[in-house]
Design a protein around this ligand. Sequence first.
Ligand code: AKB
Length: 318
Amino acid sequence: MKERILVTGSYGQIGTELTLQLRQIHGANNVIATDITPAPEALEQTGPTRYLDVTDPRQVTALVVENKITTIYHLAAILSGNGELNPQQCWNVNMNGLYNILETARRWKVRQVITPSSIAAFGPDTPKEHTPIDTILRPTTMYGITKVAGELLNEYYNQKYGVDARSLRFPGIVSHETEPGGGTTDYAVDVYVKAVAGEPYDCFVTENTTLPFLYMPDALNALLELAAADESKLIHRTFNITGFSASAGEIANSVKARIPSFECRFIPDFRQIIAESWPRSIDDQDARQEWGWKPSFNLDAMSDDMISKLKEKNGAVA
Ligand code: AKB
């Protein structure tokens, strides 16, 4: 069956790269990139782009129906840091956006909906090491609350209406193409960008703050592999995944080992408390067993690739 794909939040960190990859797989005209800001050149020049505010149910339905959409990658969301600066907007975009997507999927028989969840679904009471899928979910951020509620809403639409809704709890995602927007784990991207630009960096969490991470090529594979997974083999609808765990100091040292002149200071701000409420490492064995998840990048492999890609992008000699 020919796939007709809608990506929401297409111009964000994951959306830009996911849309480009989906266009290569399914054909450029079959992947509609949507967001509420002007489209980046990379997406405008390679396929259809549309304005879509996911909090408006009429816009969501019109786009899905007019374009005969079969699959939705719903990435539009307010992340943890920005969510704490504007919790009301975070609830509105994350919850009403997902509800509008799932309702439209139910009414217009969209085959599949893929939505990221996050390690933010966990909270300070959750076991911190090798955190399993089924554990205490009592987040203390608005973003985390919307992620837990979103996971449950996905499962509800699957069980009650048969919508093939699937979700991944992403850890911090590191990438070089599009900057992340307003998350707690953004420091793990900023540190590379600053180092390659020859600038020092003030990291907004402490040196020993340890979190799970995933490099973008692994994150994209995870989304595509989960979407393609045989439904009859899925016991879960929401999966833990991780690439590796590292402290902010270890990431900075990995950068410094490759760019010795790099200087990093650790000056925690309000995001420190958010980072401390999340697990340090994740148990992703259910994803491995149910659909064959296996990441490729550890911290060193990621640092090599990030630095060489950022140098290329900056036009410097790698
Ligand atoms: C954030 O920091 O808010 C995100 C996430 C872990 O979901 N990167």
